[in-house]
Design a binder for this molecule. Sequence first.
Ligand code: GBH
Length: 481
Amino acid sequence: MGYPTSTLPPDFIWGFATASYQIEGATNVDGRGPSIWDSFCKIPGKIADGSSGEVACASYNRAHEDIALLKECGAPAYRFSLSWSRIIPLGGRNDPVNEKGLQFYIKFVDDLLAAGITPMITLFHWDLPDELDKRYGGFLNKEEFVADFAHYARLVFNVLGSKVKHWITFNEPWCSSVLGYSTGSFAPGRTSDRSKSPIGNSATEPWIVGHNILIAHGTVVKIYRDEFKGEDGQIGITLNGDWAEPWDPENPADVEACTRRLEFAMSWFADPIYHGKYPDSMVKQLGNRLPTWEPEEIALVRNSNDFFGMNHYCTTYVRTKTSEPNLDDFEGNVDLLHENKAGKSIGPVTQSSWLRPYALGFRHLLKWLSERYGYPKIYVTENGTCVLGENDLPVEQILNDEFRVKYFDDYIHAMANAYTRDGVNVHAYMAWSLLDNFEWAEGYETRFGVTYVDYKNDQKRILKKSAKSIGPIFKNLIEKD
Ligand code: GBH
Protein backbone atom coordinates (compact mmCIF):
# COMPACT_ATOMS: atom_id res chain seq x y z
CA MET A 1 0.00 0.00 0.00
CA GLY A 2 1.50 3.30 -1.01
CA TYR A 3 0.27 6.82 -0.54
CA PRO A 4 -2.89 7.84 -2.38
CA THR A 5 -2.10 9.63 -5.62
CA SER A 6 -2.02 13.36 -4.92
CA THR A 7 -4.63 15.51 -6.62
CA LEU A 8 -6.18 18.99 -6.39
CA PRO A 9 -9.89 19.80 -5.90
CA PRO A 10 -12.22 20.10 -8.93
CA ASP A 11 -12.86 23.83 -8.40
CA PHE A 12 -9.12 24.61 -8.33
CA ILE A 13 -8.12 27.66 -10.41
CA TRP A 14 -4.64 28.44 -11.64
CA GLY A 15 -2.97 31.08 -13.72
CA PHE A 16 -0.22 33.66 -13.69
CA ALA A 17 0.40 36.82 -11.68
CA THR A 18 1.86 40.28 -12.32
CA ALA A 19 1.79 43.75 -10.72
CA SER A 20 1.03 47.14 -12.27
CA TYR A 21 4.31 48.96 -11.66
CA GLN A 22 6.34 45.93 -12.72
CA ILE A 23 4.72 45.58 -16.17
CA GLU A 24 2.62 48.54 -17.29
CA GLY A 25 5.13 51.27 -18.12
CA ALA A 26 3.36 54.37 -19.54
CA THR A 27 3.94 56.07 -16.21
CA ASN A 28 3.38 59.49 -17.74
CA VAL A 29 0.61 58.62 -20.14
CA ASP A 30 -3.13 59.38 -20.16
CA GLY A 31 -3.11 61.28 -16.90
CA ARG A 32 -1.46 58.76 -14.57
CA GLY A 33 0.07 60.40 -11.50
CA PRO A 34 3.45 59.34 -10.06
CA SER A 35 3.70 56.63 -7.42
CA ILE A 36 6.31 56.31 -4.66
CA TRP A 37 8.19 53.89 -6.92
CA ASP A 38 8.54 56.51 -9.68
CA SER A 39 10.20 58.79 -7.12
CA PHE A 40 12.27 56.08 -5.47
CA CYS A 41 13.72 54.91 -8.78
CA LYS A 42 15.02 58.43 -9.42
CA ILE A 43 17.29 58.29 -6.36
CA PRO A 44 20.74 57.16 -7.51
CA GLY A 45 21.81 53.81 -6.09
CA LYS A 46 18.39 52.49 -5.17
CA ILE A 47 17.85 50.23 -8.20
CA ALA A 48 20.63 47.78 -9.15
CA ASP A 49 20.77 48.72 -12.83
CA GLY A 50 19.59 52.31 -12.35
CA SER A 51 16.32 51.51 -14.12
CA SER A 52 12.66 52.19 -13.36
CA GLY A 53 9.18 51.07 -14.36
CA GLU A 54 8.87 53.87 -16.92
CA VAL A 55 8.68 51.44 -19.84
CA ALA A 56 8.79 48.01 -18.18
CA CYS A 57 6.87 45.50 -20.35
CA ALA A 58 4.77 48.28 -21.89
CA SER A 59 1.70 46.29 -20.91
CA TYR A 60 -0.42 49.44 -20.81
CA ASN A 61 -0.21 49.42 -24.60
CA ARG A 62 0.08 45.68 -25.05
CA ALA A 63 -2.64 44.36 -22.83
CA HIS A 64 -4.07 42.35 -25.74
CA GLU A 65 -0.71 40.60 -26.17
CA ASP A 66 -0.67 39.61 -22.52
CA ILE A 67 -4.14 38.14 -22.87
CA ALA A 68 -2.99 36.22 -25.95
CA LEU A 69 -0.08 34.78 -23.92
CA LEU A 70 -2.44 33.68 -21.17
CA LYS A 71 -4.61 31.93 -23.74
CA GLU A 72 -1.63 30.24 -25.32
CA CYS A 73 -0.64 28.87 -21.92
CA GLY A 74 -4.20 27.72 -21.29
CA ALA A 75 -4.44 29.74 -18.09
CA PRO A 76 -7.94 29.86 -16.60
CA ALA A 77 -7.11 32.88 -14.38
CA TYR A 78 -4.92 35.98 -14.21
CA ARG A 79 -3.90 37.92 -11.13
CA PHE A 80 -2.89 41.54 -11.77
CA SER A 81 -2.86 44.75 -9.77
CA LEU A 82 -4.27 48.21 -10.34
CA SER A 83 -2.19 51.35 -10.34
CA TRP A 84 -4.00 53.57 -7.83
CA SER A 85 -2.38 56.71 -9.27
CA ARG A 86 -3.60 55.81 -12.76
CA ILE A 87 -7.14 55.90 -11.41
CA ILE A 88 -6.78 58.79 -8.92
CA PRO A 89 -3.56 60.57 -9.93
CA LEU A 90 -3.13 62.34 -6.58
CA GLY A 91 -4.67 59.45 -4.67
CA GLY A 92 -6.90 61.23 -2.16
CA ARG A 93 -10.63 61.02 -1.56
CA ASN A 94 -11.16 64.64 -2.62
CA ASP A 95 -8.86 64.45 -5.63
CA PRO A 96 -10.06 64.11 -9.24
CA VAL A 97 -10.62 60.71 -10.84
CA ASN A 98 -8.80 59.95 -14.08
CA GLU A 99 -11.49 58.53 -16.33
CA LYS A 100 -8.93 57.20 -18.85
CA GLY A 101 -7.21 55.15 -16.18
CA LEU A 102 -10.46 53.71 -14.98
CA GLN A 103 -11.53 52.88 -18.54
CA PHE A 104 -8.23 51.08 -19.19
CA TYR A 105 -8.93 48.60 -16.40
CA ILE A 106 -12.61 48.22 -17.28
CA LYS A 107 -11.68 47.31 -20.84
CA PHE A 108 -8.95 44.98 -19.65
CA VAL A 109 -11.36 43.10 -17.41
CA ASP A 110 -13.92 42.89 -20.21
CA ASP A 111 -11.26 41.54 -22.58
CA LEU A 112 -10.13 38.95 -20.05
CA LEU A 113 -13.68 37.79 -19.48
CA ALA A 114 -14.29 37.64 -23.23
CA ALA A 115 -11.23 35.40 -23.48
CA GLY A 116 -12.65 33.15 -20.77
CA ILE A 117 -10.03 34.15 -18.19
CA THR A 118 -11.02 34.79 -14.56
CA PRO A 119 -9.59 38.06 -13.26
CA MET A 120 -8.13 38.24 -9.75
CA ILE A 121 -7.42 41.84 -8.81
CA THR A 122 -4.92 43.16 -6.28
CA LEU A 123 -5.92 46.67 -5.23
CA PHE A 124 -2.48 47.52 -3.92
CA HIS A 125 0.86 46.09 -4.99
CA TRP A 126 3.23 48.70 -3.55
CA ASP A 127 2.74 51.66 -5.93
CA LEU A 128 1.22 54.19 -3.52
CA PRO A 129 0.31 57.53 -5.13
CA ASP A 130 3.37 59.69 -4.45
CA GLU A 131 1.26 62.65 -3.43
CA LEU A 132 -0.16 60.76 -0.43
CA ASP A 133 3.34 60.10 0.86
CA LYS A 134 4.24 63.78 0.42
CA ARG A 135 0.90 65.08 1.70
CA TYR A 136 0.64 63.22 4.96
CA GLY A 137 3.30 60.48 5.19
CA GLY A 138 1.31 57.77 3.42
CA PHE A 139 0.80 54.65 5.55
CA LEU A 140 2.10 56.40 8.66
CA ASN A 141 -1.06 58.50 8.87
CA LYS A 142 -3.79 56.11 9.96
CA GLU A 143 -6.90 58.30 9.57
CA GLU A 144 -5.93 59.79 6.21
CA PHE A 145 -4.55 56.62 4.69
CA VAL A 146 -7.46 54.42 5.70
CA ALA A 147 -10.00 56.96 4.41
CA ASP A 148 -8.20 57.40 1.09
CA PHE A 149 -7.71 53.68 0.52
CA ALA A 150 -11.37 53.06 1.33
CA HIS A 151 -12.42 55.72 -1.17
CA TYR A 152 -10.21 54.29 -3.91
CA ALA A 153 -11.42 50.74 -3.24
CA ARG A 154 -15.09 51.76 -3.29
CA LEU A 155 -14.59 53.55 -6.60
CA VAL A 156 -13.07 50.40 -8.08
CA PHE A 157 -15.75 48.09 -6.64
CA ASN A 158 -18.39 50.37 -8.09
CA VAL A 159 -17.17 49.85 -11.65
CA LEU A 160 -15.73 46.31 -11.43
CA GLY A 161 -17.50 44.73 -8.49
CA SER A 162 -20.14 42.98 -10.55
CA LYS A 163 -17.62 41.48 -12.99
CA VAL A 164 -14.69 40.56 -10.76
CA LYS A 165 -15.21 38.00 -8.00
CA HIS A 166 -11.69 37.61 -6.59
CA TRP A 167 -10.15 40.56 -4.74
CA ILE A 168 -6.92 41.04 -2.85
CA THR A 169 -6.60 44.18 -0.75
CA PHE A 170 -2.83 44.35 -0.15
CA ASN A 171 0.09 42.41 -1.55
CA GLU A 172 2.64 41.49 1.12
CA PRO A 173 2.20 44.17 3.79
CA TRP A 174 5.41 42.81 5.35
CA CYS A 175 7.35 44.23 2.38
CA SER A 176 5.62 47.62 2.49
CA SER A 177 6.36 47.85 6.22
CA VAL A 178 9.82 46.34 6.58
CA LEU A 179 11.46 47.09 3.25
CA GLY A 180 9.78 50.49 2.95
CA TYR A 181 10.26 51.68 6.54
CA SER A 182 12.98 49.58 8.20
CA THR A 183 15.68 48.57 5.71
CA GLY A 184 14.70 51.30 3.27
CA SER A 185 15.46 49.03 0.32
CA PHE A 186 11.99 49.57 -1.19
CA ALA A 187 9.99 52.78 -1.69
CA PRO A 188 9.54 55.08 0.11
CA GLY A 189 12.98 54.10 1.46
CA ARG A 190 12.67 55.29 5.04
CA THR A 191 15.10 53.84 7.58
CA SER A 192 17.15 54.75 10.65
CA ASP A 193 20.26 54.16 8.55
CA ARG A 194 21.26 57.75 7.75
CA SER A 195 23.60 56.62 4.99
CA LYS A 196 20.47 55.52 3.13
CA SER A 197 17.83 58.04 4.11
CA PRO A 198 17.63 61.39 5.91
CA ILE A 199 14.33 60.33 7.49
CA GLY A 200 12.80 57.28 9.09
CA ASN A 201 12.81 55.28 12.31
CA SER A 202 13.32 51.54 11.89
CA ALA A 203 12.45 50.86 15.52
CA THR A 204 8.89 52.15 15.30
CA GLU A 205 7.66 52.95 11.78
CA PRO A 206 7.39 49.45 10.31
CA TRP A 207 5.10 48.38 13.16
CA ILE A 208 2.89 51.46 12.74
CA VAL A 209 2.70 50.92 8.99
CA GLY A 210 1.77 47.24 9.37
CA HIS A 211 -0.94 48.14 11.85
CA ASN A 212 -2.41 50.81 9.61
CA ILE A 213 -2.39 48.52 6.57
CA LEU A 214 -4.32 45.91 8.55
CA ILE A 215 -6.93 48.51 9.50
CA ALA A 216 -7.17 49.69 5.89
CA HIS A 217 -7.60 46.06 4.82
CA GLY A 218 -10.33 45.44 7.40
CA THR A 219 -12.12 48.65 6.46
CA VAL A 220 -12.20 47.77 2.77
CA VAL A 221 -13.29 44.20 3.42
CA LYS A 222 -16.25 45.57 5.38
CA ILE A 223 -17.15 47.90 2.51
CA TYR A 224 -16.91 45.03 0.04
CA ARG A 225 -18.98 42.67 2.15
CA ASP A 226 -21.64 45.25 3.01
CA GLU A 227 -22.05 46.78 -0.43
CA PHE A 228 -20.62 44.61 -3.22
CA LYS A 229 -19.92 41.02 -2.34
CA GLY A 230 -23.19 39.44 -3.45
CA GLU A 231 -23.41 35.67 -3.63
CA ASP A 232 -20.00 34.74 -4.89
CA GLY A 233 -17.49 37.56 -4.31
CA GLN A 234 -14.36 36.86 -2.28
CA ILE A 235 -11.79 39.13 -0.71
CA GLY A 236 -8.61 38.61 1.28
CA ILE A 237 -5.08 39.84 1.91
CA THR A 238 -1.91 38.30 0.47
CA LEU A 239 0.99 37.62 2.84
CA ASN A 240 4.51 36.54 2.03
CA GLY A 241 6.08 33.66 3.87
CA ASP A 242 9.16 31.58 3.33
CA TRP A 243 9.48 28.33 5.23
CA ALA A 244 12.03 28.05 8.07
CA GLU A 245 14.20 25.03 8.89
CA PRO A 246 16.37 24.94 12.02
CA TRP A 247 20.07 25.58 11.42
CA ASP A 248 20.78 22.98 14.08
CA PRO A 249 17.83 20.60 14.39
CA GLU A 250 19.34 19.21 17.61
CA ASN A 251 19.12 22.60 19.28
CA PRO A 252 15.65 23.32 20.69
CA ALA A 253 16.42 27.05 20.61
CA ASP A 254 16.81 26.90 16.83
CA VAL A 255 13.60 24.91 16.47
CA GLU A 256 11.79 27.54 18.54
CA ALA A 257 13.45 30.31 16.55
CA CYS A 258 11.84 28.91 13.38
CA THR A 259 8.38 29.44 14.82
CA ARG A 260 9.33 32.92 15.98
CA ARG A 261 10.62 33.77 12.53
CA LEU A 262 7.36 32.56 10.90
CA GLU A 263 5.40 34.60 13.43
CA PHE A 264 7.36 37.78 12.66
CA ALA A 265 6.92 37.22 8.91
CA MET A 266 3.35 35.97 8.61
CA SER A 267 1.51 35.80 11.93
CA TRP A 268 2.18 39.53 12.42
CA PHE A 269 -0.70 39.96 9.95
CA ALA A 270 -2.46 36.60 10.09
CA ASP A 271 -2.88 36.38 13.88
CA PRO A 272 -4.90 39.63 14.12
CA ILE A 273 -7.07 38.42 11.23
CA TYR A 274 -7.63 34.87 12.51
CA HIS A 275 -7.04 35.21 16.27
CA GLY A 276 -7.73 38.88 17.01
CA LYS A 277 -4.29 39.69 18.42
CA TYR A 278 -0.58 40.01 17.64
CA PRO A 279 1.63 36.98 18.32
CA ASP A 280 3.02 36.77 21.88
CA SER A 281 6.58 36.56 20.56
CA MET A 282 6.21 39.96 18.89
CA VAL A 283 4.55 41.57 21.89
CA LYS A 284 7.38 40.24 24.05
CA GLN A 285 10.20 41.49 21.82
CA LEU A 286 8.72 44.79 20.65
CA GLY A 287 6.87 45.93 23.76
CA ASN A 288 5.13 49.24 23.32
CA ARG A 289 6.68 49.75 19.88
CA LEU A 290 3.97 47.41 18.61
CA PRO A 291 0.72 49.38 18.41
CA THR A 292 -2.18 48.10 20.47
CA TRP A 293 -5.63 47.34 19.11
CA GLU A 294 -8.56 49.63 19.76
CA PRO A 295 -11.69 47.46 20.09
CA GLU A 296 -13.31 48.96 16.98
CA GLU A 297 -10.11 48.42 14.96
CA ILE A 298 -9.63 44.77 15.81
CA ALA A 299 -13.34 44.20 15.21
CA LEU A 300 -12.74 45.28 11.60
CA VAL A 301 -9.62 43.16 11.20
CA ARG A 302 -10.75 39.94 12.87
CA ASN A 303 -12.32 37.46 10.40
CA SER A 304 -11.60 39.77 7.47
CA ASN A 305 -10.35 37.03 5.12
CA ASP A 306 -12.58 35.03 2.80
CA PHE A 307 -9.37 33.25 1.78
CA PHE A 308 -5.75 33.25 2.94
CA GLY A 309 -3.60 34.71 0.13
CA MET A 310 -0.13 33.22 0.26
CA ASN A 311 2.98 34.17 -1.69
CA HIS A 312 5.75 31.63 -1.30
CA TYR A 313 9.15 31.24 -2.92
CA CYS A 314 11.72 29.43 -0.80
CA THR A 315 13.07 28.21 2.55
CA THR A 316 15.88 29.44 4.79
CA TYR A 317 17.71 27.99 7.73
CA VAL A 318 17.12 29.83 10.97
CA ARG A 319 19.62 30.16 13.80
CA THR A 320 18.68 31.83 17.04
CA LYS A 321 20.73 34.79 18.19
CA THR A 322 22.03 34.65 21.72
CA SER A 323 22.34 38.42 22.15
CA GLU A 324 19.44 40.74 23.01
CA PRO A 325 17.44 41.86 19.94
CA ASN A 326 18.47 45.12 18.29
CA LEU A 327 15.96 47.95 18.11
CA ASP A 328 15.81 47.61 14.34
CA ASP A 329 15.33 43.83 14.35
CA PHE A 330 12.30 42.61 12.40
CA GLU A 331 13.09 38.89 12.00
CA GLY A 332 12.55 37.74 15.59
CA ASN A 333 16.21 37.91 16.65
CA VAL A 334 17.48 35.20 14.33
CA ASP A 335 20.09 34.73 11.63
CA LEU A 336 18.82 33.58 8.24
CA LEU A 337 21.22 31.26 6.45
CA HIS A 338 21.40 29.24 3.24
CA GLU A 339 23.46 26.47 4.83
CA ASN A 340 22.74 24.49 7.95
CA LYS A 341 25.17 23.51 10.71
CA ALA A 342 26.34 20.52 8.69
CA GLY A 343 27.15 22.83 5.77
CA LYS A 344 24.27 21.57 3.63
CA SER A 345 22.65 24.10 1.29
CA ILE A 346 18.85 24.29 1.45
CA GLY A 347 18.68 24.36 -2.36
CA PRO A 348 20.33 25.53 -5.56
CA VAL A 349 21.54 29.11 -5.99
CA THR A 350 19.41 31.44 -8.13
CA GLN A 351 19.84 34.98 -9.39
CA SER A 352 18.27 36.45 -6.22
CA SER A 353 20.43 36.14 -3.12
CA TRP A 354 17.37 35.40 -0.97
CA LEU A 355 15.90 32.65 -3.11
CA ARG A 356 16.94 29.00 -2.90
CA PRO A 357 14.23 26.54 -3.92
CA TYR A 358 13.17 23.76 -1.54
CA ALA A 359 9.77 22.42 -2.59
CA LEU A 360 9.14 20.38 0.54
CA GLY A 361 9.23 23.63 2.51
CA PHE A 362 6.13 24.76 0.58
CA ARG A 363 4.22 21.71 1.81
CA HIS A 364 5.44 22.28 5.37
CA LEU A 365 4.39 25.93 5.27
CA LEU A 366 0.90 25.15 3.94
CA LYS A 367 0.45 22.61 6.72
CA TRP A 368 1.79 24.93 9.40
CA LEU A 369 -0.51 27.79 8.53
CA SER A 370 -3.47 25.45 8.10
CA GLU A 371 -2.99 24.08 11.60
CA ARG A 372 -2.47 27.50 13.13
CA TYR A 373 -5.44 29.14 11.41
CA GLY A 374 -8.02 26.36 11.36
CA TYR A 375 -7.62 25.11 7.78
CA PRO A 376 -8.74 28.27 5.98
CA LYS A 377 -9.26 28.28 2.23
CA ILE A 378 -5.84 29.13 0.79
CA TYR A 379 -5.10 30.84 -2.49
CA VAL A 380 -1.45 30.67 -3.48
CA THR A 381 -1.18 34.05 -5.15
CA GLU A 382 2.51 33.86 -6.12
CA ASN A 383 5.13 31.16 -6.53
CA GLY A 384 8.07 31.13 -8.91
CA THR A 385 11.78 31.49 -9.37
CA CYS A 386 14.53 33.38 -11.13
CA VAL A 387 17.47 31.53 -12.67
CA LEU A 388 21.12 32.18 -11.91
CA GLY A 389 22.73 34.17 -14.73
CA GLU A 390 19.62 33.97 -16.94
CA ASN A 391 19.91 37.55 -18.16
CA ASP A 392 23.40 36.91 -19.54
CA LEU A 393 22.50 33.80 -21.53
CA PRO A 394 21.81 33.77 -25.28
CA VAL A 395 18.07 34.01 -25.93
CA GLU A 396 17.75 30.38 -27.12
CA GLN A 397 19.03 29.25 -23.75
CA ILE A 398 16.81 31.62 -21.82
CA LEU A 399 13.82 30.12 -23.61
CA ASN A 400 14.87 26.63 -22.61
CA ASP A 401 14.41 27.29 -18.87
CA GLU A 402 14.60 23.76 -17.49
CA PHE A 403 15.45 25.09 -14.02
CA ARG A 404 12.12 26.94 -13.85
CA VAL A 405 10.23 23.99 -15.37
CA LYS A 406 11.53 21.78 -12.58
CA TYR A 407 10.81 24.40 -9.93
CA PHE A 408 7.13 24.60 -10.92
CA ASP A 409 6.82 20.84 -11.23
CA ASP A 410 8.31 20.27 -7.77
CA TYR A 411 6.36 23.06 -6.07
CA ILE A 412 2.98 22.26 -7.63
CA HIS A 413 3.36 18.61 -6.64
CA ALA A 414 4.36 19.63 -3.11
CA MET A 415 1.13 21.68 -2.97
CA ALA A 416 -0.92 18.71 -4.22
CA ASN A 417 0.69 16.56 -1.53
CA ALA A 418 -0.31 19.16 1.07
CA TYR A 419 -3.90 18.96 -0.20
CA THR A 420 -4.12 15.19 -0.44
CA ARG A 421 -2.02 14.08 2.50
CA ASP A 422 -2.18 16.96 4.97
CA GLY A 423 -5.75 18.13 4.37
CA VAL A 424 -4.67 21.62 3.36
CA ASN A 425 -7.61 23.53 1.88
CA VAL A 426 -5.82 25.04 -1.14
CA HIS A 427 -7.95 26.16 -4.08
CA ALA A 428 -5.88 28.46 -6.30
CA TYR A 429 -2.34 28.89 -7.59
CA MET A 430 -0.89 31.83 -9.51
CA ALA A 431 2.62 31.41 -10.92
CA TRP A 432 4.94 34.39 -10.66
CA SER A 433 5.21 35.69 -13.27
CA LEU A 434 3.54 35.83 -16.67
CA LEU A 435 6.34 38.09 -17.89
CA ASP A 436 9.91 38.99 -17.14
CA ASN A 437 9.42 42.37 -15.52
CA PHE A 438 10.75 45.18 -13.35
CA GLU A 439 12.04 43.25 -10.34
CA TRP A 440 11.97 46.24 -7.94
CA ALA A 441 15.38 47.03 -6.45
CA GLU A 442 16.94 44.32 -8.63
CA GLY A 443 15.82 46.14 -11.80
CA TYR A 444 15.67 44.12 -15.02
CA GLU A 445 18.71 41.93 -14.38
CA THR A 446 16.60 39.40 -12.53
CA ARG A 447 13.94 37.66 -14.61
CA PHE A 448 11.00 35.82 -13.07
CA GLY A 449 8.85 35.39 -16.17
CA VAL A 450 7.60 32.33 -18.01
CA THR A 451 7.70 34.73 -20.96
CA TYR A 452 10.94 36.30 -22.14
CA VAL A 453 10.64 40.05 -22.66
CA ASP A 454 13.15 41.57 -25.05
CA TYR A 455 13.70 44.99 -23.51
CA LYS A 456 15.98 46.05 -26.35
CA ASN A 457 13.52 45.09 -29.04
CA ASP A 458 10.25 46.84 -28.37
CA GLN A 459 9.37 44.62 -25.35
CA LYS A 460 8.78 41.70 -27.67
CA ARG A 461 7.41 38.65 -25.82
CA ILE A 462 8.48 35.04 -26.42
CA LEU A 463 7.20 32.14 -24.33
CA LYS A 464 9.83 30.19 -22.44
CA LYS A 465 9.55 26.42 -22.05
CA SER A 466 8.14 26.82 -18.53
CA ALA A 467 5.14 28.79 -19.83
CA LYS A 468 3.52 25.73 -21.31
CA SER A 469 4.78 23.31 -18.69
CA ILE A 470 2.31 24.36 -16.00
CA GLY A 471 -1.02 23.66 -17.72
CA PRO A 472 -0.42 19.92 -18.21
CA ILE A 473 0.57 19.52 -14.54
CA PHE A 474 -2.73 20.99 -13.41
CA LYS A 475 -4.69 19.08 -16.02
CA ASN A 476 -3.26 15.94 -14.53
CA LEU A 477 -3.76 16.90 -10.88
CA ILE A 478 -7.17 18.58 -10.77
CA GLU A 479 -9.93 16.09 -10.01
CA LYS A 480 -12.74 15.88 -12.53
CA ASP A 481 -16.16 16.68 -11.12
C1 GBH B 1 7.23 38.97 -4.40
O1 GBH B 1 7.74 39.15 -3.11
C2 GBH B 1 6.55 40.22 -4.91
O2 GBH B 1 5.19 40.22 -4.58
C3 GBH B 1 6.72 40.41 -6.40
O3 GBH B 1 6.32 41.70 -6.76
C4 GBH B 1 8.16 40.14 -6.80
O4 GBH B 1 8.43 40.40 -8.14
C5 GBH B 1 8.45 38.69 -6.47
O5 GBH B 1 8.30 38.49 -5.11
C6 GBH B 1 9.87 38.24 -6.80
O6 GBH B 1 10.78 38.89 -5.99
O7 GBH B 1 16.78 41.06 -0.84
O8 GBH B 1 17.16 40.46 1.46
O9 GBH B 1 15.92 42.47 0.94
C7 GBH B 1 8.37 38.01 -2.55
C8 GBH B 1 8.85 38.23 -1.12
C9 GBH B 1 10.25 39.53 0.24
C10 GBH B 1 11.19 38.38 -1.57
C11 GBH B 1 11.46 40.44 0.29
C12 GBH B 1 12.40 39.27 -1.54
C13 GBH B 1 13.76 40.71 -0.24
C14 GBH B 1 14.84 40.13 0.59
N1 GBH B 1 10.03 39.07 -1.10
N2 GBH B 1 12.64 39.77 -0.22
S1 GBH B 1 16.29 41.11 0.53
